[in-house]
Design a binder for this molecule. Sequence first.
Ligand SMILES: Cc1cc2nc3c(=O)[nH]c(=O)nc-3n(C[C@H](O)[C@H](O)[C@H](O)COP(=O)(O)OP(=O)(O)OC[C@H]3O[C@@H](n4cnc5c(N)ncnc54)[C@H](O)[C@@H]3O)c2cc1C
Length: 481
Amino acid sequence: MPAISKDKASEHHDVAVIGAGLSGLAAALRLAMFGKKVILLEKHYVVGGLNSFYAKKGVKFDVGLHALTNYPSPQSGKSSPLLKLCRQLRISLDSLNLLPQSHSRITFGSENLLFNNNFDFFLSQVEDKFPKERDRFQSLLAKMESFPAYSVDAEELSTRSILKESIGDPLLSEMLLCPTCYYGSARKNDIDFPTFIMLFDAIFRQGLARPEHGIRAILGPLTKRIKELGVIRRMNCGVETIKTEGGKVSGIVLESGETITSDQVISTCGAVETEALIDPPDCSNSPTIEGKFSIMESIFVFPGVPEDFGWDETVVFFNDSETFCYDEPDGLIDLRSGVVCMPDNYGEQVRDSAQKSKLRITHPANFDRWSELEQPTYESEKNLWEERILDNGMKYLKNGKEVIDSFRSKTTFRDTFTPRTIKKYTGHANGTLYGSPQKRRDGTTAFENLFLAGTDQGYVGIVGAMLGGIAVANNQILRPG
Ligand SMILES: Cc1cc2nc3c(=O)[nH]c(=O)nc-3n(C[C@H](O)[C@H](O)[C@H](O)COP(=O)(O)OP(=O)(O)OC[C@H]3O[C@@H](n4cnc5c(N)ncnc54)[C@H](O)[C@@H]3O)c2cc1C
């Protein structure tokens, strides 16, 4: 990244964007496309936030990226949110080289529902496995279609209550809740109905894909374009306080002590996190409720391809308790439910002698419990849980129990992150994945020139965060009112 002259950075800017995660990058790019003078301030030394990348011992990792949702399947036509975001940011969809999923599965005890990027296939699975629910499921789909989920005023009803009224067999309700909660709920044991609909569309109606070169395929074009359009990007540049005066932001003080000024500010670091930066503290409004949901994820690297072990699926959402429990666990982690992802099962499997693949297993985890451990205990607990996660995850994969020993012996490298890692690299309070359960869809705050974008707008995931950033840029800054 080129050095920025101090003079240029300390000029007055039209907009300061806090955070170079996906929503911040998208907002900065959209604003710069319309001639705004933008400064992008990021605490970390790499872009991407919750969906960044790193390398360890020669292996490249994406931080998140199980799946890029909203695959523009032929059925979704031009209305696909992914196509919309490519149009808004003038990014070519072809440049992402999207590889579609093979197929995925929701597994609860002995019941399985498969899905791929053809929604009719998922419908046929529901009809086969839950024949008595056929009409009720169709009515639920009609209700979802008529609900204004994508509106900023959408009412945040409880999906659990709606499913209880709409579906007769509780098992089907639980199976629908599992992937949608894991891919975007900040609520304990539930998901708000608009987010459920958006994620149902994103996962089942449209589908899952992965750019051939992972998250770098998205971050690369975004950073290239913001540079071309003159956005000032400052990395290792945490915001210490947001100074306010008379209901407006008057300046942004960096950890270095420098002050930045701008007409408007977009913060993407979260509602609770943004409130903590406000100086003087805003005592006239009640604070946003903190989110608590976090995860632990272990990644196992092995030579060859998943098919060597008979694994042809892309994502497996699993649960083994009677009702799906989606909550902060009491202990360090909850093994009763989770997600297994095989990122190498997108597109055709490529096999060459150097081929290495990954198996990623994710579980709910408790931030406080991980945070209170001394470093040596933290490391040993991580190792211990890695083994348990692997043993447990194998129960949900084809021939898992038979191949576990050979898989374990072939694993060449492992990496694990905990809620504490998420907090360290993104600053999210409690290491949350989806922020606060209280969302601000229009991005407004108590301060007239301060807006929130991304996760706490209620638009989650890679596509959601980017569309959220674009929406705030469009509706609050480029054409307000
Ligand atoms: C393990 C994991 C797996 C995931 N898998 C998927 C997936 O498969 N598919 C999917 O669609 N989504 C996935 N997600 C979710 C997705 O990554 C997020 O929803 C999305 O990236 C959120 O983007 P954001 O811009 O809203 O926030 P963030 O990514 O959190 O960006 C906020 C940025 O602000 C910066 N920041 C914070 N405080 C300050 C400060 N004081 N000063 C300056 N900068 C600051 C942070 O460093 C960060 O870069 C996953 C997330 C994780 C963690």
